[in-house]
Design a protein around this ligand. Structure first.
Ligand code: GDP
Ligand code: MN
Length: 386
């Protein structure tokens, strides 16, 4: 689960990770009030969306006066901000962070990530921070240093120094950096984060470091342990279809292709996506209704997929184990009756009560395409969309 920059910075403050003074604003008036309270200029006006690259997209502006704060706030609030992370449709800006401008000596990069391959927390840092970090990673990857922290040992003093020296920090800034990194690590672990990124981490003229930007991503599977984080969730930033699916406990992820698919079990879902690709088509989603789905869940899964305009055909691939084929078939029939089917639907079903399931589908008089096995299903779905 992602949160906004202003929320991440509130969390940073609680863990003594230094950030500039500032507050969230929902209107131009509020933006001006907050700016007045900061006691000087420049003031930074920043779009709050769940995507990076805002600076390059025109979503971060430095205001030298109250007139400029007003002008920038008017311009950015309500704009559709397009960055390399939002996709071409962009994201509507509904809130701003109004912050005290900083005198920047140097822009650095610092992040913490869970590294599955080494089962550790990796600290990544670079002295080439700022808006072109993607290019640094691509063209001069040796300028990004990595330090692996064993989660059982925790972050060690020598590792902090290794990162600090790697960043080329002046000796006077080491104390400030050491506090920042160890507090950031504590926060990372305490909240089951999967990623914390500060880009830029800035070095100021008085040899202190602070987080000018803040991105945090939490492991959604651990949210039950952090009820306070649930309040920070912003549904307007999430894919509306994924939000709808999560209401029914469906594992749904929106993808780019045009073949909608409904499957039970994550492994079967992955295999089904592979056979769709193999047959020359592209999946529009990942939809796992789970091992023990009810016919109501199946109905909602089908309804959500049919509501997706990019879906040109649907492949239903079910192995009836805990989820019986007759229950599944009833869900499909109920959904089809309510929504109506105007696109080809290929069904492949095997397992418990399969004959009963097939009878329910046949008796319903729906226009479904039956497949005898997996490869038959793949060929039929590819033929339907190509
Ligand atoms: P992002 O583009 O979405 O990553 O947004 P950032 O929060 O990183 O801001 C983009 C850029 O704006 C930063 O890399 C800085 O160069 C600049 N910026 C942000 N805040 C300040 C500030 O207080 N003072 C100055 N001089 N520049 C700032
Ligand atoms: Mn940034």
């Amino acid at each position: 689960m992602k949160i906004h920059e202003y929320q991440a910075k509130d969390l940073f403050r609680r863990y003594n990770v230094p950030v500039p003074d500032g507050q969230v604003a929902f209107s131009v008036e509020e933006a001006k009030q907050i700016a007045a309270g900061l006691g000087g200029f420049p003031v930074v006006v920043k779009a709050q969306i769940h995507a990076g690259g805002r600076g390059k997209g025109g979503g971060v502006k430095l205001a030298a006066s109250m007139e400029e704060v007003e002008a920038f706030a008017k311009e950015i609030l309500g704009m559709t901000l397009i960055t390399h992370q939002t996709g071409p449709e962009g994201k509507l800006v509904q809130k701003l962070l109004i912050e005290a401008g900083q005198k920047i000596e140097q822009e650095l990069y610092l992040s913490l990530l869970v590294d599955r391959a080494t089962a550790s927390i990796v600290i990544m840092a670079s002295r080439d921070g700022g808006m072109d970090i993607e290019q640094v990673a691509e063209k001069t990857p040796e300028r990004i240093i990595k330090v692996y922290v064993d989660p059982l040992m925790g972050l060690q003093g020598y590792q902090i120094r290794e990162v600090g020296f790697g960043l080329g920090l002046p000796p006077g800034a080491m104390k400030s950096f050491s506090g920042l990194l160890s507090n950031l690590y504590t926060l990372f672990v305490a909240y089951d984060s999967s990623m914390v990124e500060i880009n830029p981490l800035v070095l100021t003229s008085d040899d202190t470091v602070l987080a000018l930007d803040a991105k945090v991503d939490f492991d959604s599977n651990a949210l039950y342990r952090h009820k306070d984080l649930l309040e920070l969730r912003d549904l307007s930033e999430e894919d509306p279809m994924e939000v709808e699916a999560s209401k029914f406990n469906l594992n749904y992820i929106n993808l780019e292709g045009n073949v909608g698919n409904i499957v039970n079990g994550a492994g079967l879902a992955m295999a089904t996506m592979d056979i769709i690709k193999n047959a020359g088509a592209t999946p529009a989603n990942f939809m796992d209704v789970g091992g023990g789905a009810s016919s109501e869940q199946v109905e909602n899964a089908f309804r959500i997929i049919l509501a997706d305009p990019k879906v040109k055909a649907v492949l239903i691939n079910i192995f009836g184990g805990i989820l019986r084929c007759d229950i599944f078939a009833q869900g499909v029939v109920d959904a089809a009756r309510k929504t109506g089917i105007s696109i080809p639907v290929v069904v492949r079903m095997e397992g418990t009560n399969v004959d009963e399931g097939k009878r329910i589908l046949a008796d319903a008089g729906l226009d479904l395409i039956a497949a005898s096995d997996l490869s038959d299903a793949a060929n039929k779905i590819a033929a339907a969309v190509n």
